[in-house]
Design a binder for this molecule. Structure first.
Ligand code: MV4
Length: 447
């Protein structure tokens, strides 16, 4: 097992990782920017080191500073959390070259996961269901128009290295393709440095369901079930849930099998997520792989009892998958609410500033992953996530009732948060019936 870890992140996930390390008896080293000098992760770690100024590019994204911090403090491993350098193959190689074990998949696996059109091709060739599409990148408008004609409109243009909806365009006609193809390509180039785009048949209002993979270095791959992630606004997830409501046991089991097969087809190592779109009739399609621990991992932990962060660390240290050959049982229902420092009454504008007072919910079935404290100043430089409220109930209706109770108890003073918006979602009849899809927020709330 490792002796000392460098936690290359901030906020709630840095705190979450440090907690796991304390339980495993691993010493932790936190890194922080000058804006995070008084942040909880820097305080609870055994040691902490300033790695630069407030700008992410000069601190949490600065690979050289972070590796220097790890070397100076004699860390034998590094956990990247999510965001920042978590899915950067170049960074993984730098860690390896310096004798630091990167807790995540190897660089070549991250490279494949990061190139969505390449990952899709591998899946298609391995018999994983994918959406009919261009089968590779589309180089020019003439080819794009041919793909559009063959597939039939509507189609969707996607950036091979995309994320967050950037470089993505829905085309309802040949005319749309003529205007959007150049835009998608140049947006992809400017956002990701590479203009590679591909085309798929557009699936109308699908559900977005992802499957958690646990894979050790010896080919033992298991799936710890799924998370329903359709409740999103402009590609920012707001609520996630496990298991997915209104998904038949048969489909769940089938997709699980494909998720394991997908992971095996690229020699996946460590923890990862296989994302699928699921249609109204439960047709399902692989869309992408995320080669990191995800923000919403606690809902899987809540229903399975697995500590996913500890499992990541143990696997990176060369231990065998704790669940190899075992069926993973899921019990009850879990819902996660992302509490963001945003004004949901004002177009979700960022709401940084001082938290003058707060009070957290408690009682049965409640978990809160956060780093806030009284008089904490939410800096404007980073992601707006300030807390995750994770609810567990024996079934979905108990979870929903418990969620309403917990959100009523949750008070944050001094800044605006997404708590009032979560209460509105919980009051929505379609949400309560599990009638949700990726356009639910837009359709029900017009935001
Ligand atoms: C799609 C799709 C419909 N059809 N692909 C969004 C994020 C990225 N990971 C994949 N996404 C989608 N891919 C096909 N073939 C719908 C989405 C999608 C979406 C699209 C437009 C606007 C909002 C959306 C929200 C969730 C998913």
């Amino acid at each position: 097992m490792f002796k000392r870890i460098l936690v290359a992140n901030r906020g709630e996930i840095a705190v979450r990782i440090i907690r796991a390390c304390k339980e495993l008896g691993i010493e932790s080293v936190a890194v922080y920017s000058t804006a995070d000098r008084d942040s909880m992760h820097a305080k609870i770690a055994d040691r902490s080191i300033c790695i630069g100024p407030q700008q992410p590019a000069k601190s949490y994204l600065d690979a050289e500073s972070i590796i220097s911090a790890a070397l100076i403090t004699n860390c034998d491993c590094l956990h990247p959390g999510y965001g920042f350098l978590a899915e950067n193959p170049v960074f993984e190689r730098k860690c390896s070259e310096n004798g630091i074990v990167f807790i995540g998949p190897p660089a070549d696996v991250m490279e494949l996961s990061g190139n969505k059109s390449m990952a899709l091709e591998i899946m298609r060739k391995n018999g994983i269901p994918v959406i009919p599409g261009s089968n590779g990148n589309v180089e020019n408008l003439a080819d794009a128009l041919r793909a559009g004609k063959r597939l039939g409109y509507p189609v969707i243009i996607k950036a091979a290295f995309g994320g967050g909806g950037k470089g993505m365009r829905i085309c309802n006609s040949k005319r749309d393709m003529e205007s959007f193809f150049p835009i998608a390509k140049s947006e992809s180039l400017s956002s990701f440095g590479l203009g590679d785009v591909y085309i798929e048949k557009y699936v109308c209002k699908p559900r977005h369901i992802e499957f958690q993979i646990i894979a050790d270095n010896y080919g033992n791959i298991v799936c710890a079930g799924e998370r329903e992630c359709s409740i999103q606004r402009r590609h920012q997830k707001l609520i996630e849930e496990a298991p997915a409501a209104n998904l038949s046991e048969k489909t769940r089991k089938t997709i699980k099998g494909f998720a394991v097969k997908a992971a095996r087809s690229i020699n996946y190592k460590n923890l990862g997520t296989i994302e699928f779109l699921v249609d109204k009739d439960e047709s399902f399609y692989f869309i992408e792989i995320n080669s990191r621990i995800q923000v919403e991992h606690p809902v899987t932990e809540a229903v399975t009892g697995i500590d996913l962060i500890k499992e990541q660390i143990k696997i990176a240290a060369g231990e065998k998958n704790s669940y190899a050959g075992n069926e993973i049982f899921s019990s009850g229902n879990a819902i996660e609410f992302r509490i963001n420092a945003e004004d949901s009454e004002n177009n979700f504008a960022p709401s940084p500033g001082k938290i003058t007072d707060y009070s957290l919910p408690g009682g049965p079935g409640i978990r809160i992953d956060t780093f806030i404290h009284s008089n904490y100043y939410v800096p404007p430089f980073y992601d707006s996530l300030i807390a995750k409220l994770i609810i567990w109930g024996n079934d979905r209706s108990e979870s929903i009732a418990r969620s309403e109770r917990a959100l009523d108890e949750f008070k944050v003073e001094g800044i605006k948060t997404t708590i009032p918006f979560h209460k509105k979602i919980l009051a929505n009849q379609n949400f309560r019936e599990g009638k949700i899809h990726t356009h639910f927020i837009e359709e029900e709330f017009g935001v």
